[in-house]
Design a protein around this ligand. Structure first.
Ligand SMILES: NC(=O)c1ccc[n+]([C@@H]2O[C@H](COP(=O)([O-])OP(=O)(O)OC[C@H]3O[C@@H](n4cnc5c(N)ncnc54)[C@H](OP(=O)(O)O)[C@@H]3O)[C@@H](O)[C@H]2O)c1
Length: 307
């Protein structure tokens, strides 16, 4: 997402190097969406994969978020109608330069369309060989159950970090009960944890980044510095390791924009956290301690995962 303008300008040649750095180090999971840069991100991933083997990558593609021209984050609702699903995938395959995606998922629940219909349409695309697995994104426990009753679900992509632990209420347990994985995004809380997070886009739109909330959240994160130092890790590496430590079924997805960030992310796999470390981190940054909702208020209403 960040490679297609979400946090400001990027350079495509550098972005391709970022993807290659990751794949060359043995990374596999590439997460994209048809609406990231209105198709730009899929074209970028397609370009990067032309110089690598398609089979080296697990392509996770989100669809359905509706756009309007101009800058800003998608906020126009979602389209999960079966006809739309087939249409979206046709364009995505073309932009990605492939005949199949590995995981295909609606980015948001379209409340006008039963999830059974959306998932049923993807299941037909699995049958036809255009999609390997069905995923979900930002949905709540009931939707997960309804979807899983239609077809096998590989994973739910959802925000999960030291500052966003809402999935611990019900969603994580539901996934575990049904044998569904979690791909956690926002692991660095969009750069609030261990990044510079100076983007004016974020400050203007996201409540956690504005005014007093920002001061409070920065102070919270700063409490973790001593744990990071003790682990000889950066704050970002600690935050990635914390998510990875939540279970083998939880996979952190990190929004790297530079090759050095990819290298730092990969190095975080050697940061190990035992139960004492996790308890200490919990005491320093308890659940729910962050101030400000994780999305702008209008977007919170679109999140099935928020009830
Ligand atoms: N399913 C969904 O609804 C959904 C929603 C959002 C995102 N996602 C997926 O999740 C991915 C990541 O999400 P995200 O970008 O929102 O969150 P994120 O990974 O929490 O934050 C990205 C920010 O972290 C910084 N960063 C990256 N690697 C770093 C490192 N090694 N050390 C220090 N800082 C680092 C970047 O800083 P700089 O700005 O300095 O580059 C960037 O601002 C997206 O690319 C997208 O594929 C899914």
């Amino acid at each position: 997402m960040g490679l297609s303008g979400a946090y400001g300008r990027t350079d495509d040649d550098e972005s391709v190097r970022v993807i290659h750095t990751y794949l060359d180090a043995g990374g596999t999971l590439l997460d994209t969406a048809d609406f990231y840069g209105a198709g730009h991100n899929e074209q970028l991933v397609g370009r990067a994969l032309r110089e690598r083997s398609r089979d080296d990558a697990v392509l996770s593609v989100k669809f359905g978020a509706l756009l309007t021209p101009g800058p800003g984050i998608p906020g126009g609702g979602a389209d999960g109608r079966p006809d739309a699903v087939r249409n979206y995938l046709t364009y995505s395959l073309q932009r990605l330069g492939t005949d199949h995606v590995d995981i295909y998922r609606p980015a948001r629940l379209d409340r006008r369309v039963p999830i059974e219909d959306t998932v049923g349409a993807i299941a037909e695309l699995v049958e036809a060989g255009h999609v390997r697995h069905i995923g979900l994104s930002e949905v709540g426990a009931e939707t997960i159950r309804r979807a899983a009753a239609v077809a096998p679900i590989s994973d739910v992509q959802i925000e999960y970090s030291l500052l966003s632990r809402g999935i611990e209420d019900e969603i994580l347990a539901t996934c575990r009960e049904l044998g569904i994985g979690v791909t956690a995004y926002g692991v660095l809380s969009k750069g609030l944890i261990g990044g510079n997070a100076a983007s004016p886009v974020l400050a203007a739109a996201f409540p956690r980044f504005g005014g007093e909330n920002r001061e409070h959240n920065d102070a919270l994160v700063a409490r973790l510095q001593e744990v990071a130092d003790a682990k000889e890790a950066t704050l970002a590496q600690l935050a990635i390791a914390w998510v990875a430590a939540q279970g083998d079924d939880v996979v952190p997805v990190v929004g790297a924009r530079r090759a050095a960030q990819v290298e730092s992310m990969i190095a975080s796999t050697s940061v190990t956290l035992d139960d004492d470390d996790l308890a200490r981190i919990d005491a320093l940054v308890p659940r729910g301690a962050a101030r400000g909702t994780r999305y702008p208020e209008a977007h919170m209403a679109d999140l099935d995962s928020e009830g």
